[in-house]
Design a protein around this ligand. Structure first.
Ligand SMILES: [Zn+2]
Length: 408
């Protein structure tokens, strides 16, 4: 039998041409499922699906197709809030941009994501939704959109263009839902805006995860949104009413409620390291979700980038000309290293925040988000410095790091 595992799912191994290899095994120093840590573990994959996960020593002298004895295998990363990377953006509304995004994300261990739309005229958002549907074949999988607006608060537009904000409307949401072919996974809504509670109920009833964000909601207004079905908060602390001890506002409500997941951008620009650590202590471990909110300037040199407005990127920080933060240039592999090496968060917890937690949050955990029998073989092989060495999607290697970085 061929010793190289890197057979495409139903074609020949690219090393030896063996076309019978649809089943192979990987072993590694450590596997984080992420619910448990398996030392010297083995994963068997058949036709892109995980069929066995176990400790190596359970069987004797078996053949392992590939042994990563120095490495850690974790589930593929899932980013539920990302606008762009490598010079392209979801709002380009072209299949070419989506394809480039999917190809660039696997370099950072991302195997699935929610392409995130900006607040924009409805037709522009619809065009973006159409291209998401048209592009879902290889590399990182586009799971369905995250609509960041347009039903947000004019008091907390962040980097969105205020004139594009709209009053929450079930009819308009349904237009977007139909255009997406019922594939929208997540929508950010400000709960205090008139009509928002009805829309939260409606979107939730369709199985869309509703996120509270770009909001100046009071504590009570936020609780009303949670009661209506919202279960997620968009980029915690950013474009949100500030916390006050006599009016805890949206922040107090989502931090206190154990049913609400919170997004964190761990670039130490959007949220101070101390606050990031505090949130990890305050929230249940399965309710923190690492996102990037990355924009087209990610993986690009500093400079000026254009969406519908100008973005100035200096030292990796993206801002509007007035200084407002406008997304990030973070990648999820960097966020993982920041959490583990700079904040001391256990690796198991940090990996959970970018795999199992987002999968559960948007209800795709029956398929991805963990290394378990029956799940898709979406995997990342990390070196001890948590650099991405290989990314595997559906059992197929889609990225190999041929020049490992030495530094953290
Ligand atoms: Zn965003």
């Amino acid at each position: 039998m061929c010793k190289e595992i890197w057979a495409r799912q139903s074609t020949a191994c690219r090393f030896c041409g063996d076309d019978q290899l649809r089943s192979f095994s990987l072993s590694a120093n450590e596997i984080l499922t992420p619910y448990k840590k398996i030392k010297n573990g083995v994963i068997t994959i058949e036709n892109g699906i995980i069929t066995e996960v176990r400790e190596h020593r359970e069987r004797g002298n078996e053949k392992i197709s590939s042994d990563f004895s120095e490495s850690i295998i974790v589930p593929g990363f899932i980013d539920v809030h990302i606008h762009g990377i490598a010079g392209v953006d979801v709002m380009d509304a072209t299949v070419g941009s989506m394809d480039k995004m999917r190809k660039s994300l696997v370099n950072h261990g991302v195997t699935a994501f929610c392409p995130t739309s900006d607040t924009a005229p409805l037709d522009h958002i619809k065009n973006a939704l159409k291209t998401i549907n048209a592009s879902k074949k290889s590399n990182a999988r586009a799971l369905g959109a995250h609509l960041e607006g347009p039903f947000l608060s004019p008091e907390k537009p962040g980097a969105m263009i205020a004139e594009d904000l709209r009053t929450p409307s079930i009819d308009e949401f349904d237009e977007l839902w139909d255009t997406s072919k019922k594939s929208i996974k997540l929508i950010t809504i400000a709960p205090e805006v008139p009509g928002a509670i009805e829309l939260i109920k409606h979107a939730s009833s369709l199985g869309v995860t509703v996120s509270l964000g770009h909001s100046n909601a009071t504590y009570e207004e936020t609780l009303a949104g949670i009661r209506a079905g919202a279960s997620h908060a968009t980029h915690l602390f950013n474009a949100m009413r500030a916390y006050h001890h006599r009016e805890p506002g949206i922040l107090g409500a989502v931090l206190e409620n154990p049913k609400v997941s919170v997004e964190l951008i761990v670039d130490f620009v959007h949220v101070h390291p101390s606050i990031t650590r505090l949130v990890c202590k305050l929230k249940p471990k399965d309710k923190v979700i690492l996102v990037t909110d990355a924009i087209r300037a990610t993986d690009m040199p500093d400079g000026v980038f254009k969406n519908r407005h100008e973005l100035h990127v200096k030292n990796g920080e993206a801002r509007l000309p007035d200084g407002t933060l406008a997304g990030s240039t973070l990648t999820l592999d960097k966020a993982l290293r920041n959490l583990v090496f700079k904040l001391g968060i256990p690796l198991k917890d940090a990996v959970t925040m970018m795999t199992a937690n987002p999968a559960k949050d948007i209800r795709v955990d029956d398929e991805i988000g963990s290394i378990e029998v029956g799940k898709r073989a979406d995997l990342v092989i990390l070196d001890k410095n948590l650099n991405v060495m290989k990314t595997i999607v559906g059992g197929e290697i889609v990225f190999e790091n041929l020049k490992p970085k030495r530094s953290r």
